[in-house]
Design a protein around this ligand. Sequence first.
Ligand code: SF4
Length: 314
Amino acid sequence: MSLVLKTSNIKEEFQIRKGIRTLTLKALRGVDLELNEQEILSIVGESGCGKTTLLRVLARIYEPTDGIIELFGKRIPKKLSRSKELEFRKSVQMVFQDPFASLNPTKKIEHVLKRPLKIHKIENEREVIESVLSDVELTPTDNYLTKFPHELSGGQRQRVIFARAIITKPQIILADEPTSMLDVSIKSGILNLMMKLKEEHQISFIHVTHDLAAAKYVSDRIAVMYAGIVVEEGNAKDIVNKPLHPYSMLLKEAAPDPERNSAANMLDVGEPPSLIDPPPGCPFEPRCKYAKSECKGPVGFREVDGRKVRCVLY
Ligand code: SF4
């Protein structure tokens, strides 16, 4: 399986004002990830763990403070010429969380889909549009092209957004919580669509979610993020069925389960650390029931049963 995207030691810091002081918020503190061809990698974690920041860095919305991003084996420089930037945007598309805010309410779906074709000078507009609408299962085409976004359901809008994303034939889609604002009954349809696009269009996905069940359903691999770093990474089913890192265990415990008391489903054992002054050792130490003195020092990855775990227990 060939590598399509690789990050090495990605850091992202934001300067924030507090009164007369300027503080540095370390949103990403050294993230190494690899995405293979035709693979879905889900990044899972609580809000504030850095997963959306990472996606925005990968989409070149944010410039990383430090680190290297390689696309198809080539390092992406900080500054790209206009033509290289267009080439990047053609190969790497983004799907945002909110299908209501992602479409211009004043434009019909036909306009939404024609725009990337114009930007990337793709010909045979009608044929291409019919083909992508069929790929995302919005047919007959004419029923959708003349509609405004408000005339579609949330699920249909998210399918239009996926149609817009695949219209340039990207190799990678960065999907930021694509199902979090949809009803439960519609969610599985969008996850199935992602798997279909992976198989039929050979697209690789980085899928950001806080929903462990969705990650298990759709992913080949999962990376669990906590306080700006990856703490466990490996095969999706292994991580969900038998998490090794205590934070992954807590995430599994917190996932909704109708067979358990909902009170037990809360992430109620403390808060993530401040990213303004994160602890030098394991960031999960203040919440971890297995913590010991060595957890206060730097904790690197261990290889355990084919996965990587950042914990001294292994
Ligand atoms: Fe817990 Fe220590 Fe492992 Fe961190 S390194 S998760 S504190 S046992």
